[in-house]
Design a protein around this ligand. Structure first.
Ligand code: FES
Length: 184
């Protein structure tokens, strides 16, 4: 005896209709597109917020007002100044130093005080055994007035880019010294 189910004709497989598939696809595309659009609207501002400090490298290429040109002599003088810094979302201020002088033609130069041996701070005319030189107290590096390395340090002192405007000396980025090797 066969069961009732066995006697029943199998239901014909419902053939997918072209019209139904199109409707489903239309809905899927519409919903997918709307979701992607809303998602992008929510996520893009967050991405922009996260990368904004990278897009805006604050401080790079800027010049800081440091000293009156009338105060600059042919003897290097130490000037300190404040540099606003931006590290990601953290804003701070660094205190920097420059040794500024002018040459016979009135051209103004500013040297970084960071020793090119291991990074201590050099001073001008601070070693009686070697007058009129920059001297590093850590391991005895010595430099000429233009920053040329005479002992211990492998390179000349770096220099600041400078700009003169309205009777003031402005200092910018620290760059490799281009003047030191002109010295005899
Ligand atoms: S750090 Fe200046 S001599 Fe070593």
């Amino acid at each position: 005896m066969s069961s009732l189910n066995e006697e029943q004709e199998p239901l014909p497989q419902e053939k997918p209709q072209k019209k139904d598939i199109s409707r489903r696809q239309f809905l899927a595309y519409t919903l997918g597109g709307a979701t992607a659009f809303m998602g992008a609207g929510a996520i893009l501002p967050m991405i922009r917020f996260a990368v904004d400090p990278i897009l805006h490298k604050k401080g790079e290429g800027d010049f800081i007002k440091v000293a009156e040109t009338s105060k600059i002599t042919d003897v290097p003088q130490e000037f300190t100044f404040e540099l606003p810094q931006q590290d990601g979302w953290y804003a701070s201020t660094a205190t920097l130093t420059a040794w500024i002088r002018k040459d016979e033609s009135g051209q103004i130069y500013a040297l970084s005080p960071v020793c090119k041996h291991l990074g201590c701070t050099v001073g001008w005319n601070n070693d009686k055994a070697f007058p009129d030189e920059y001297h590093c107290p850590c391991h005895g590096a010595r430099y000429t007035k233009l920053g040329k390395n005479l002992a211990v340090a492998p390179k000349p002192l770096d220099q600041y880019t400078t700009k003169i405007d309205g009777g003031w000396v402005y200092l910018g980025d620290i760059v490799p010294n281009t003047e030191a090797n002109k010295e005899a």
